[in-house]
Design a protein around this ligand. Structure first.
Ligand code: GLA
Length: 581
């Protein structure tokens, strides 16, 4: 069997120096039927390794569950990497950051009082141990010394940016070893002395995460990793976008020059990202350094392969740089040159969300959090028995609430704008609140914070109690028209679910224009394409061809605000919005 090890100055593959030229490709952000295509293109760019994180919360939406179906089939992904003749790096966290909801930590972890995440705390450690066991049961037989592709496993992720509980970090490494992982382990940290200090472990290779000033960063890393190979575990070649910000791109020439400097220095690299993919469903995270900034649906990342898997200018520039240091296959993937089909379809038969309320209702004295309801969108109802105008106020809005009185819209409060109060024109009748979680923070101390309307909720000076809550079952929305009691109406005030059908001759990637709508979620043939929002920058949603059918296709849209047009427009190409320059 092949053997991979850490030598005095290099990685060693069967005793010979080996440079890892890897690219990040998250299986959970790409439709499984497109994995082989993306992996093959990585090989053609000259990569010899594919790196992926593992998102704990996606695999384990509830305690005791470990789902490996469809887009979560890590074993199939690793086998496809091996079939392409590439190696693999697995980064199971338990925390992954990655602009992913909660940085990959399941929301249910935070339900039990006293659980402290990313620390040596018994309740957290028990859950992590079970999770790592489940993931590593898949990885163990796929390690290189057992005939598989996996040559490196990462411990935690940028731990030095979060904490300094060395006992915890050591326990994670020991749990990984205890689960039968025999390949070398690594940690990653930003190249800052204090972070490399707190995030590193003796006997585990320290690596860095950075995208510029390569010489200086490698020198910092070398101080903390005096011997062994130098590796940039995350060579940031682009960046992610937040709603309300610009679309980020980086200069091809400058990024290629930094990659060149890294390879010229003899370092190994994992290009973050090689292909970013998409935050399908409600999987995107958020940043909060004082201002809450949710991440958009696209994870294009301005990577060498764009969101739809087409090689960009950066692909060709990186391939050329890599060819100076390693053999690169002769074949070059062609730019697709195709535009996606352009057409329109009519959204119709709206069903009001407040009236249909598809989901489980429960009764609560005090306002429950979304986490308690296991909901990402929920409706809360109570009867007001006052009279005249009154101020409705919340402790904190996480992340957006739409307010209705007797079915009529009163206004919207948003966390980003730190809005917490709204004047009700009268205080008698049915108060309804539609609350949306826009993505959990994935970096820094706010990971795991509860979502929803954080109390107390007051009408004037009095706390409002006695709530009926409906946890919206989003998976049911694409099938709402089949449900008893759900009748389309001509005009619906407030959130509504719409549908359109269209015919296509065959599957093809599609780009759904969303800038013409308000804020919501879209599905094609039951597949959740993710959130859209007119504020941008993302103005089209990517529809991967494997979810498109030849024949009749059904588009379903949950519009929370207002649809200025009921025309659904499919564009020829992606529009990820304006850049800063
Ligand atoms: C850090 C994290 C990654 C990702 C990048 C930014 O390096 O380790 O998971 O969040 O930042 O894209």
């Amino acid at each position: 069997m092949p053997h991979f090890a850490i030598g005095a100055s290099d990685f060693l593959l069967d005793g010979r120096p080996f440079r890892i030229v890897s690219g990040a490709l998250h299986y959970f952000r790409v439709h499984p039927d497109a994995w082989a295509d993306r992996i093959e293109k990585a090989r053609l760019m000259g990569l010899n390794t594919i790196e992926t994180y593992v998102p704990w919360n996606a695999h384990s939406p509830r305690p005791g569950v470990f789902d490996t179906s469809g887009m979560l089939d890590l074993e199939r992904f690793l086998r496809e990497v091996a079939a392409a003749g590439l190696y693999a790096i697995v980064r199971p966290g338990p925390y992954i950051c990655a602009e992913w909801d909660n940085g990959g930590l399941p929301a249910w972890l935070f339900q039990e009082a006293g659980t402290e995440v990313r620390r040596y705390e018994p309740k957290f450690m028990a859950a992590v141990t079970q999770y790592l066991q489940d993931v590593l049961d898949i990885v163990r037989p796929l390690q290189i010394d057992q005939g598989g592709p996996v040559l490196l496993v990462q411990v935690e992720n940028e731990y030095g940016a979060f904490g300094n509980d060395g006992t915890y970090l050591k326990a994670i490494a020991e749990t990984i070893r205890g689960a039968g992982i025999t390949v070398p382990l690594a940690t990653v940290d930003q190249p800052i002395d204090a972070m490399l200090e707190a995030g590193g472990l003796d006997g585990v290779l320290r690596t860095g995460s950075f995208g510029s000033r390569v010489g200086e960063r490698l020198a910092t890393l070398r101080r903390h990793q005096p011997a062994g190979p130098l590796m940039c575990m995350e060579f940031w070649d682009g960046w992610f976008d937040n709603w309300g910000g610009p679309h980020h791109t980086t200069s091809v020439a400058e990024t290629a020059a930094e990659l060149d400097a890294l390879l010229a220095a003899g370092a190994s690299v994992n290009i973050y990202m090689f292909h970013g993919g998409t935050n399908f469903g409600l999987t995107s995270g958020a940043n909060d350094k004082g201002i809450y900034q949710p991440t958009v649906t696209s994870y294009d990342y301005d990577a060498p392969l764009d969101e739809a898997g087409n090689p960009t200018e950066k692909f060709h520039a990186f391939r050329e740089v890599i060819s100076r240091y390693a053999d690169v296959p002769d074949a070059v993937p062609l730019p697709s040159g195709r535009t996606a089909p352009e057409f329109t379809a009519q959204l119709a038969e709206p069903i009001g969300l407040l009236a249909a309320a598809p989901g489980a209702w429960s009764e609560h004295e005090a306002m429950p959090t979304l986490d308690l309801l296991d909901a990402r969108v929920a409706i809360f109802r109570t009867e007001l028995r006052g009279g005249g105008p009154a101020l409705l106020s919340f402790g904190e809005v996480r992340d957006r609430v739409q307010v209705f009185l007797d079915g009529a819209p009163v206004g919207v409060l948003e966390r980003e704008r730190r809005e917490r109060a709204i004047m009700l024109p009268h205080s008698r009748g049915r108060l309804e609140l539609v609350v949306e979680d826009q993505g959990r923070v994935n970096y820094g101390p706010r990971i795991g914070e509860p979502k929803g309307l954080i109390g107390p909720i007051r009408l004037g000076a009095d706390e409002l109690t006695g709530w009926s809550a409906c946890a919206i079952d989003l998976d049911r929305l694409p099938r709402l028209w089949d449900a008893a009691g759900c009748t389309p109406a001509a005009l619906v005030p407030g959130p509504a679910v719409w549908r359109a059908t269209f015919e296509l001759d065959g599957p093809s990637d599609l780009f759904l224009r969303s800038d013409v709508w308000g804020k919501g979620i879209a599905w094609l043939n039951g597949f959740n394409l993710g959130r859209y929002w007119s504020r941008g920058p993302q103005w089209t949603l990517y529809v991967p061809s494997p979810v498109v059918r030849s024949g009749t296709n059904t588009l379903v849209v949950l519009e929370l605000d207002t649809l200025p047009t009921t025309t659904a427009t499919f564009a020829g190409a992606a529009d990820l919005g304006p850049t800063e320059l």
